[in-house]
Unconditional design. Structure first.
Length: 560
């Protein structure tokens, strides 16, 4: 029925409107109190329902976990539970720290491997790197995917039985959809009501006189509607609370039937968590002990290894050197019984802890090896090397000999004599230091001047050839004034014997640093293969050589 408002009000009507407004005020206040009380009761009821609902979810999930824990997949799920993510994270940090220390200590071998060489003693580094990758994957999984992987594994262990989590997620999605629809319907009804009310107010000329009364009526209507909603909500929540309480009681009764399995499951979770923490701690601790043991072992082998004969534990003190505090040591390793020969290599004991790198010069006789090494020795002594590195000569028998060779070449204009074949030559020794940003390297560089007969005529059974091929890198000289066939055969024999000495199986590439050095470049123009009128391959070789960038870098070295 439509409310009809008169176009004008008499004094009696105005008085009546005022009486109605004043009389409705207590009613409005009572409705507001009732609505507030109803809202409080509804809130308390909803809180109780949420608590029961949460307990029901946890009880069902625990029952599901108890059943799933009897399967292997369920036991695996406990390892990847979100509760254990911090164990995985701190384990990852511990292993990452250990791996970083190990890789830093073995960085030279790692670089050798990255550049195609054969790295030594990288077993622990490889193991820690693999372990680090696995831990990073597991940690990332537990943090990013959360409980999803855990639920997947539980579901895999339970087969067709639906997970409580899936049930509650489905219920929540249904409730969200219903709530969204209800909110949309409410909004549409409110919009329709506001539109109708506005049109009605415009149609009434006396609306201003009754504005207070109309507003009071609207407020009462809103409060009555609110009370109706609160009452309906309380009724629905009470019904769901009663149903969930019964289900909770049923779930607890079912769990009571699995009391032994539940206790076993809880203990199992504790043991798994404790075992996980202990296992990660043990991995880091054992890795640290292995690293320390390996480092000490390598340092001990370095101290005990002779750079000339590679004998270990054969150094004997000789007493102090020319200056107090500079103790000298001599290698007493017996190289040969028939005839009897000792290594007899002597150097300062202060360099024993340095890593010793050996680089032999190889090539056919008269290829210019000694001449080249003498000039290199002179340039290094004069400091002609990049500023990022440093070479210091260590005085030895060989250094005294090369001082004489340099003097004969530069001052007396005499070529060096042929290198003797009788024994393993004493090396030139340099104390090498770089300025690596990841940690300075300090090693002893030992350069051996081997006779050409070692390559041309000696076999692998000869101890000199064996020692020459057991180097960390090689300078192999090619003589452009000698037939290429002879030198290619020598190079092929070198590669074959090197494979045997280094223990490289057939089919595997030989990754060893080798510098191919072409000597006597100025004599190439006088060889039969050179064009007498200029041009040809020799001139092109000279031109390409002149265009090379001699700045030391990996790129320019590869270009050479």
């Amino acid at each position: 029925m439509e409310l009809v408002v008169p176009t004008s009000l008499s004094d009696e009507q105005r008085a009546l409107v005022e009486i109605v407004e004043k009389g409705g005020t207590p009613v409005l206040a009572a409705l507001e109190r009732s609505a507030a009380d109803a809202a409080e009761r509804r809130k308390q009821l909803v809180d109780d329902w949420r608590k029961v609902r949460a307990d029901l979810y946890h009880e069902r999930l625990e029952l599901y976990e108890v059943k799933a824990s009897q399967q292997i997949a369920g036991q695996m799920a406990s390892l990847l539970s979100v509760d254990n993510r911090w164990f995985w994270l701190f384990g990852l940090v511990a292993v990452a720290s250990l791996a970083a220390v190990t890789l830093h200590e073995r960085r030279h071998e790692l670089r050798r491997w990255l550049f195609g060489g054969r790295a030594r003693a990288l077993g622990l580094s490889k193991f820690l790197t693999g372990l680090l990758a696995m831990l990073a994957l597991v940690t990332l999984t537990t943090f990013v995917l959360g409980d999803r992987v855990y639920q997947w594994l539980l579901q895999a262990g339970m087969g067709a039985e639906t997970s409580p989590r899936e049930t509650f997620v489905a219920d929540n999605k249904t409730a969200d959809a219903q709530l969204a629809q209800t909110v949309a319907d409410k909004k549409a009804a409110e919009t329709q009501f506001a539109t109708a009310l506005g049109q009605w107010q415009k149609s009434q000329s006396a609306g201003a006189s009754l504005a207070g009364l109309v507003e009071q009526a609207q407020r009462e209507e809103q409060l009555v509607a609110r009370l109706a909603v609160e009452s309906a909500t309380q009724t629905a929540v009470a019904k769901r609370l009663e149903d969930d309480a019964k289900q909770l009681e049923s779930a607890r009764a079912e769990i009571a039937q699995y009391a032994a399995e539940r206790d076993s499951y809880l203990k199992q979770k504790q043991w798994i968590r404790g075992g996980l923490g202990f296992g990660l701690l043990s991995l880091a601790s054992v890795g640290g002990l292995l690293f320390k043991r390996g480092t000490r072992g390598r340092e001990q082998r370095t101290r005990e290894t002779c750079p000339l004969c590679l004998g270990q534990g054969t150094f004997e003190p000789m007493g102090e050197g020319p200056h107090p505090g500079l103790e000298m040591v001599r290698c007493k390793n017996v190289i040969s019984e028939h005839p009897y020969e000792e290594c007899d290599f002597t150097f300062s004991a202060m360099y024993r802890q340095n890593v010793k790198l050996c680089f032999p010069t190889l090539g056919i006789p008269q290829a210019g090896k000694t001449h080249w090494l003498a000039m290199v020795y002179r340039e290094l002594n004069r400091g002609n090397y990049p500023n990022v590195i440093q070479f210091e000569r260590i005085r030895s028998t060989s250094s005294d000999d090369f001082d004489i060779v340099v003097d004969e070449i530069l001052n007396k204009k005499l070529g060096p004599m042929a290198t003797q074949v009788g024994r393993i030559p004493h090396p030139l020794i340099f104390n090498f230091l770089d300025h690596d940003r990841f940690g300075a390297s300090n090693v002893l560089v030992n350069i051996f001047d081997y006779s050409g007969e070692v390559i041309r005529s000696q076999t692998i059974e000869d101890r000199q050839r064996q020692r020459a091929l057991d180097g960390d890198g090689f300078f192999f000289f090619l003589d452009p004034t000698e037939p290429s066939e002879t030198q290619s055969q020598a190079l092929a024999g070198f590669r074959e014997d090197l494979r045997r000495i280094k223990g490289i199986r057939a089919g595997k590439q030989v990754h060893v640093p080798i510098a191919l050095c072409v000597s006597k470049l100025d004599l190439m123009v006088a060889q039969p293969y050179a064009d007498p009128h200029g041009g040809g391959a020799v001139e092109k070789f000279y031109r390409d050589l002149a265009e090379l960038d001699w700045t030391p870098s990996v790129r320019t070295i590869e270009a050479r």
